[in-house]
Design a protein around this ligand. Structure first.
Ligand code: ADP
Ligand code: ASP
Ligand code: MG
Length: 412
């Protein structure tokens, strides 16, 4: 008998009919003899609806109160699913994050899980019940409700699996696994049977929202066997693994990630003196704005240009700060651009292959796509391009790195 943690995302519990279908599925696992802990998201669209409501009151709602509100979405689905299970004769009980004590820090709207008290869940499992836990939420040391950031139910699932030493954590969603790139954007995307934690972590942090970054971090850290599967279609899904097989067929690139979440800022004509980067980025980081890519040009006429990217949500505040800095430093001008996108190729196979970046640049050049910024690490190359070319770039790279699925295997 195995202990399995199953997480069902928003679209999988998006209506009463779907919740009934999920209950049927869980019943089958139970009938097979497994112990099941289920984590659910809010019904699809519900978290956005709640955030919009809050924004009607205030542009920047108080984070503590926002958490009190957005956590209600998951409280509805746990109860509905428990009811649907009980109706089918499957003993079940639902719990909020507070009730099972998913203890987090106090960073409202992006809290980190510190500890999980699994005793209550263990007791319920022993008594033969399916335990349904609300994803995305926890409680801090002072009893305040917290949430774990968008997509956080994935992290609840993995963290519970780690705490309970589950045999597997299954993430059920609206695609049948992790693909070479978002199958909604590239019809030729292919499902991967396996992907390493390291690659999945890069894919998630570079924009593939199929798994929350922290969920992947957690799974890697505690060696939780993790699988992404379709909620309502049979299939093997994708296993996220620790082992990096040295097989001859190992592809150079496993996947392509992209995001439209960033904006670019440039300060032109900065005096080229020691400490420039610190003078520019110090105040930006003091304002809690995270910087992603950075490029400083080679100095010319004793001045230099300095460019970096931030999340689009932080664009306006970063622009204001940069304008103040530019005045203080006597820089020539500040330029901002929100019409950018970042495209990244990811693969552990890059370690043993030279020329991967130039193959990427060649594919983009063939499409006449201009590269504005580049950054590389051991297993990824990212470029910033004009946003309107994003889909074209992803498709071109998908083909250039031989990732296209044969016509017969394409997702609908
Ligand atoms: P859930 O509500 O179940 O958590 P999400 O919307 O968060 O579902 O994640 C699933 C979605 O992730 C898919 O519908 C797909 O469009 C998107 N996605 C992005 N990149 C990938 C990828 N590489 N492989 C699979 N899905 C991806
Ligand atoms: N309901 C939350 C969200 O929409 C958490 C999740 O679905 O994972 O972000
Ligand atoms: Mg999700």
């Amino acid at each position: 008998m195995a202990l399995i943690v199953q997480k069902f995302g928003g679209t999988s519990v998006g209506s009463v009919e779907r919740i009934e279908q999920v209950a049927e599925k869980i019943k089958k696992f139970r009938d097979g003899g497994d112990d099941i802990v289920v984590v659910v998201s809010a019904m699809s669209g519900e978290t956005n609806r709640l955030i919009d409501l809050a924004k009607q009151i205030s542009d920047q709602p108080v984070a503590r109160e926002l958490d009190v509100m957005v956590s209600t979405g998951e409280q509805v689905t746990i109860a509905l699913l428990a009811m649907a299970l009980i109706k089918r004769g499957v003993p079940a009980v639902s719990f909020t994050g507070n009730q099972v004590r998913i203890l987090t820090d106090s960073a409202h709207t992006k809290a980190r899980i510190l500890q999980i008290d699994s005793q209550r869940i263990q007791r319920e499992l022993k008594a033969g019940r399916v335990v349904v836990v609300a994803g995305f939420q926890g409680v801090d040391g002072k009893g305040n409700i917290t949430t774990l950031g968008r997509g956080g139910s994935d992290t609840t699932g993995v963290a519970l699996a780690a705490a309970l030493k589950a045999d597997e954590c299954q993430i059920y969603t609206d695609v049948d696994g992790v693909y070479t790139t978002d199958p909604r954007v590239v019809a030729k995307a292919r499902r991967l049977d396996k992907i390493t934690f390291e690659e999945m972590l890069e894919m998630a942090s570079l924009g593939s929202k199929v798994l929350q970054i922290r969920a992947v971090e957690f799974a890697g850290k505690y060696s939780v066997p993790l699988r992404v599967l379709h909620s309502f279609q049979e299939g093997p899904g994708t296993l996220i693994t620790l082992d990096e097989e040295e097989s001859m067929e190992q592809p150079i690139i496993s996947g392509i990630a992209f995001n439209r979440d960033e904006a670019k800022l440039t300060i032109r004509g900065v005096p080229d003196t020691p400490g420039v980067a610190f003078k520019i980025l110090g105040p930006i980081s003091a304002a809690n704005v995270e910087v992603d890519m950075i490029v400083q040009n080679v100095a010319h006429d004793n001045t230099t240009d300095f460019t970096f990217t931030v999340h689009r949500n932080d664009y306006n505040s970063a622009l204001q700060i940069l304008q103040t800095i530019a005045n203080e430093m006597g820089a020539r001008e500040v330029i901002g651009d929100t019409d950018i996108a970042k495209v990244s190729i990811v693969g552990v196979g890059m370690r043993s292959h030279a020329g991967v970046a130039s193959r990427m640049f060649e594919a983009l050049a063939k499409e006449n796509i201009n590269i504005q910024m580049i950054s590389t690490s051991e297993i990824k190359v990212s470029v910033v391009i004009e946003e309107k070319y994003l889909e074209l770039a992803v498709r071109a790279l998908h083909t250039a790195f031989d990732l296209d699925a044969p016509a017969a295997k394409r997702a609908e």
